[in-house]
Design a protein around this ligand. Structure first.
Ligand code: SAM
Length: 286
């Protein structure tokens, strides 16, 4: 077993100096340097020897080491080619890890689940690059990857946004998408001092457990999400005007007014006042 764990400042500095590694801001590189936090994340993810874990952005492999010990197998996808030789060294003790040098947004995750887990539900665990948190989450949900849970470190503010309902300023399209697909729960708050270099925002670990049954069943979920995006793209406007101005909602003003009325809402309502269930009702009213 590997003994040279990386979850501390000294080991992290040693390995990055050995390879003359330069942190790349454009890739959102803030590496964890606190093994307590890493252990807690892996524990919250509930990884067992039955599980395949996909880790997005392993960095130098700090959390990967713990994941390899807990899981059946681990697949890591890392965009930065300069980290690949480092991972080769830090993960050398493990024979259950596959390292892929690619942009996660270009990877067919369904194919990975098929190849490395026989198509069974996978667990995603990651300290995400913050510049693409939302596209990564949407990719995981919308591509219908078989997923058991997603345990991810994100910006604190984004974690809050995933949990809230109508009437709060953080409520938005991401909240609704997350709540449609999963049950979100913040499991840990993490201060900037746990990373190298320190990010200038607070972080939180959120666990998204996939629903077995969706909480609402609109006739056309894709259309419902079009409505949601349109409503929040112009959140200061009434729902009526926001939908009427949206380029990809191809209904006349009259048809939109009718649907809003049929769904039981006033003409002056704003989209940000609607719950997921109400958006589903509106979607069916069209
Ligand atoms: N997991 C490591 C840790 O906790 O120490 C590193 C986390 S760091 C916040 C984010 C990682 O994601 C970096 O290693 C970065 O290079 C990688 N990354 C950034 N954009 C990526 C992308 N589009 N696809 C895959 N990896 C990416």
């Amino acid at each position: 077993m590997q003994n040279n764990y990386l979850g501390n400042p000294k080991s992290t500095l040693e390995i990055i100096n050995k390879y003359d590694f330069m942190f790349q801001k454009k890739f959102g590189q803030n590496f964890l340097i606190d093994s307590n936090i890493v252990e807690k994340i892996v524990r919250e993810a509930n990884v067992t020897k039955e599980d395949m874990v996909l880790e997005i952005g392993p960095g130098i492999g700090t959390m990967t080491q713990y994941l390899c010990e807990a899981a059946k197998n681990v697949v890591v996808v890392e965009i930065d080619k300069n980290l690949i030789p480092i991972l080769g060294e830090t993960l050398a003790a493990y024979d259950n890890v596959t390292i892929i040098n690619e942009d996660i947004l270009k990877v067919d995750i369904n194919e990975l689940a098929e190849k490395y887990n026989g198509g069974r539900p996978i667990k995603v665990v990651a300290n995400l690059p913050y510049y693409i948190t939302t596209p990564i989450i949407m990719q995981l949900f919308e591509s219908n990857v078989p997923i058991d849970s997603i345990t991810i470190m994100v910006q604190k503010e984004v974690a809050d946004r995933m949990q809230v309902g109508p009437g709060t300023k953080d409520y938005g399209a991401l909240s609704l998408a997350v709540q449609y697909y999963a049950n979100p729960k913040i499991v840990l708050n993490v201060p900037p001092t746990c990373f190298m270099p320190k990010p200038n925002v607070g972080s939180a670990v959120i666990k998204l457990t996939r629903h077995t049954d969706n909480p609402v069943n609109p006739k056309d979920a894709k259309f419902m999400f079009k409505l949601i995006r349109a409503a929040f793209n112009q959140r200061r406007k009434t729902l009526m005007n926001a939908l009427n101005n949206a380029p990809d909602i191809n209904y006349s003003k009259e048809q939109i007014a009718n649907a809003i009325k049929t769904a039981g809402f006033s003409e002056t309502i704003r989209g940000e006042a609607l719950t997921l269930e109400e958006f589903a009702r509106l979607s069916d009213a069209f």
